[in-house]
Design a protein around this ligand. Structure first.
Ligand code: PLP
Length: 334
């Protein structure tokens, strides 16, 4: 199958499976799993944080960050399109008693500082305590500029807030900007990173922060049922992903640009040609039902999520030839 639905569909490669198979393991709840410990230490060193926590998913890593930064009755500010607001089941409110204060995202995915400032609550018993600003990078495939991140850091310093990054795809941002990951992460008090998207691990996310923050998060991870035992078999896949699958993300971005240009030539498709790393956004206004097109493509071994506004994602299991195959098949069906 050629699968454009998401970069979460990537499957562990043979060499990744081999390191999983031979990974030394122990009980991570006792802190005894050498492979988990190695991954967390590696992440601290490479991201320049004091502490790291291996988590089952990005949703869990974000929730733990929110619960470690905020207490019951506190508030975090984020974008309307923030993953941890829109796509995580309202977990912060449901499980953390933390109130989200969403702000409309600008076209480039950023949040306007004046709008954030206006949403910060005064110190008064009527209001929740505003504690944290949470940003996503990439967001909808778009990269926030380093300049914007540095402004965000000064902003939170001025307003006495902490700053969290939902960096599920932060490596896509770093690769696109051609900077070391720390040029992005240095602005934040905590960062979550998905190992199981474009990096190609089957499972797992990392949360990074101060020792104090990660101690709290580790406790909440256990409370939420996320304390895993011989998790080293999974952590080893994450380690392999960090050591081998980062620089190749630029291939995914080149493939996405290629896909965007080819798709834009087809009748009925209008493609967002702004830089969106490994994602291509397009609208379809042709006469054939998009769900019918998707069904026919599926019979030819190509998967897309059918919608009038399409999102197609490139990743390590999609090649340039696959894109040609897709464009050929698509032009026959529209
Ligand atoms: C996928 C994603 C997450 C959540 O990760 P899961 O592992 O699916 O829980 C969080 N934030 C962003 C921006 C994501 O794209």
């Amino acid at each position: 199958m050629i699968d454009f639905r998401s970069d979460t569909v990537t499957k562990p490669s043979k060499p990744m499976r081999d390191v999983m198979h031979s990974a030394p393991v122990g009980d991570d709840v006792y802190g005894d799993d050498p492979s988990v410990n190695k991954l967390e230490a590696y992440a601290c060193e490479h991201f320049n944080f004091d502490a790291a926590l291996y988590c089952s998913s990005g949703t869990q890593a974000n929730l733990l960050a929110l619960m470690a930064h905020c207490e019951r009755g506190d508030e975090y500010i984020c974008g309307q399109n923030a993953h941890n607001y829109k796509f995580e089941g309202g977990g912060a409110a449901v499980l953390g008693s933390i109130q989200p204060q969403p702000i409309e995202n600008e076209k480039d995915g950023s949040l306007c500082f004046n709008k954030i400032a206006a949403a910060i609550k005064p110190d008064d018993n009527h209001f929740a305590n505003t504690r944290l600003l949470s940003l996503d990078n990439t967001i909808g495939g778009k990269v926030l500029s380093l300049n914007y991140l540095s402004q965000a850091r000064s902003f939170v310093n001025d307003h006495n807030l902490a700053l969290h990054l939902d960096g599920a795809r932060v490596f896509n941002a770093a690769v696109e900007l051609r900077v070391d990951i720390t040029e992005i992460t240095k602005h934040f008090d905590s960062v979550s990173i998905c190992l199981s998207k474009g990096l190609g691990a089957p499972i797992g996310s990392l949360l990074l922060g101060s020792q104090e923050l990660i101690n709290k998060a580790r406790r909440w991870r256990k409370v939420l049922g996320g304390g895993m035992r011989q998790a080293g078999m999974l952590a080893a896949a994450g380690q392999y992903a960090l050591e081998n699958n980062i620089t190749r993300l630029s291939d995914d971005h080149a493939n996405a640009r290629y896909l965007a240009s080819k798709l834009n030539e087809l009748n009925g498709f209008s493609v967002d040609m702004s830089n969106t790393t490994n994602m291509v956004y397009a609208t379809y206004s042709g006469n054939t039902e998009i769900s019918k097109i998707a069904r026919e493509l599926k019979q030819q071994g190509i998967l897309i999520s059918p919608s009038k506004s399409l999102r197609l994602v490139t990743h390590l299991d999609v090649t340039k030839d696959d894109i040609d195959t897709f464009i050929r098949a698509l032009s026959a069906h529209i």
